[in-house]
Design a protein around this ligand. Structure first.
Ligand code: SAM
Length: 426
């Protein structure tokens, strides 16, 4: 490359949704480039196998380019696809999942169905904002700089109301992070993260209550690895917040995992249940069960269900949720890869079906090996990271036939993808 300035068409996206073109055969990644755009750009970083560049002019706009409705989009790292048409976003997600199936898992199967989210904005029921030097915001694109945010298009209106009250809080500098969880009724659970100092919120409490805040927790967290530490202290209101999925009510503690897009989650669970085909005579394990939302939806069929989850308070919530909804299911605390082995031995009948829904890192290797050595009739694998799922499928395909793959757009406007895979014993 002799000169630093180039004009090219964007021909692909990378795994994070960055536009990609080529110069002398080398991929160049360009933030904000949409497939079909003709752009003028400068190369800003040159590595052995790829380059990064900065678009200085869009010469011809792609037919799939739309104007972002969010004023923070250019700088904020929260969303990837706000300047892409919905069709293009779904196509990218489908192509990316198919690439993982082919290249990582070595499978011929392709995504059979794409289920879109009923809401494209204001769908998030849970967000964490960073606080630095009295500024509330989200991390910038590919950086840890804070972009000040006063209103986020992805979270519910109630959460934005609470965000704006927090901006008026005089001791904002004492906070490190703010978590806002909302429910379908417009109620809010607020988490204020501090490094260890006591936080006094008298001056904003009545405004927060008026805005729908039902519960406030402090979380003492000196580190940066996780949003929250395990140390929560309730300083106002209810212990939990209530959510609803497929006509089942859930109590959720501040630290419990709950899917962030309620309506799209209903589609995801319906698809997973369709794949699992639960029957009254089945014995089913729900591994990585959180507050028991899949377990309880499946147990409605009359099947005998056991949920396994590592976060103690989520299991406590799951047990209460089963009781409150009058649904019969058992929940066990511990790591799925450890508990499954013990249960298998303790219980007289081993399960004939298993559903797994691990975090982004995928299944523990020990669990993959256990599932391989003890194959069940049906295995349904829900994932929020198609790459680690494909890695696990590569091993599981030795004993399971991969029958179907569906994609659910659980995180619209971001490069995150949710997939559900049906496997049956060979
Ligand atoms: C993606 S969430 C799924 C939760 C639930 N299935 C749902 O739909 O709400 C993953 C869950 O796995 C739990 N988890 C993480 N590692 C685990 C492990 N080794 N064993 C059991 N659960 C684990 C997390 O606490 C979290 O609740």
């Amino acid at each position: 490359m002799e000169e630093n300035k180039f004009t090219r068409e964007i021909i692909d996206f990378d795994f994070k949704g960055l536009g990609m073109t080529k110069v002398d055969g080398l991929p160049v990644f360009l933030d904000g480039g949409v497939i079909g755009d003709e752009v003028e750009f400068l190369i800003s970083k040159k590595k052995k196998n790829f380059c990064k560049g900065k678009i200085i002019n869009i010469i011809k706009k792609s037919k799939d380019r739309v104007n972002s409705p969010c004023p923070y989009f250019k700088d904020c790292g929260g969303c990837d696809f706000l300047n892409y048409s919905d069709d293009m976003e779904l196509k990218w997600k489908e192509d990316d999942t198919n690439k993982n199936l082919e290249k990582i898992a070595g499978l011929d199967i392709r995504v059979e169905e794409v289920l879109d989210s009923p809401e494209k904005t204001h769908y998030r029921n849970n967000m964490q904002f960073q606080v630095r030097d009295g500024v509330i915001g989200l991390y910038g694109k590919n950086s840890k700089d804070i972009v000040a945010i006063k209103n986020c298009l992805m979270q519910r209106d109630k959460a934005n109301e609470v965000l704006q009250i927090m901006w008026r809080y005089k001791k904002l500098r004492d906070l490190k992070r703010i978590g806002i969880r909302t429910n379908y009724k417009g109620e809010v659970l607020l988490i204020l993260v501090t490094k260890g100092d006591k936080v006094e919120i008298k001056d904003i409490l009545s405004d927060l209550i008026e805005a729908g805040v039902k519960s406030i927790y402090l979380n003492y967290n000196g580190g940066d690895k996780f949003h929250y530490s395990r140390e929560f202290e309730k300083i106002y209101g209810e212990d939990t917040i209530e959510e609803k999925l497929l006509d089942i009510n859930y109590k959720i503690s501040p630290e419990s995992f709950f899917q962030i897009n309620r309506l799209a989650t209903e589609k995801l669970y319906q698809k997973a249940i369709e794949y699992l085909e639960p029957k009254a005579e089945d014995k089913i394990y729900d591994l990585y069960c959180g507050v028991g939302s899949i377990s309880l939806s499946v147990a409605k069929s009359g099947a005998q269900v056991i949920g396994i989850e590592i976060v103690d308070s989520a299991v406590d919530d799951a047990r209460i949720n089963a009781e409150n909804n009058n649904i019969n299911a058992r929940f066990v605390k511990g790591a799925a890869e450890e508990v499954i082995e013990k249960l298998w031995e303790e219980e007289k009948i081993s399960p004939n079906k298993i559903i797994v829904d691990p975090p982004r890192k995928g299944l523990d290797e020990k669990l993959v090996n256990f599932l391989k050595e003890n194959p069940v009739e049906r295995l349904v694998y829900i994932s929020c990271n198609p790459a680690t799922q494909a890695r696990d499928l590569k091993t599981l395909k030795e004993v399971y036939r991969v029958e179907k793959v569906a994609l659910v757009n659980l995180f619209p406007n971001t490069a995150h993808v949710e997939t559900v895979v049906l496997m049956s014993r060979k």
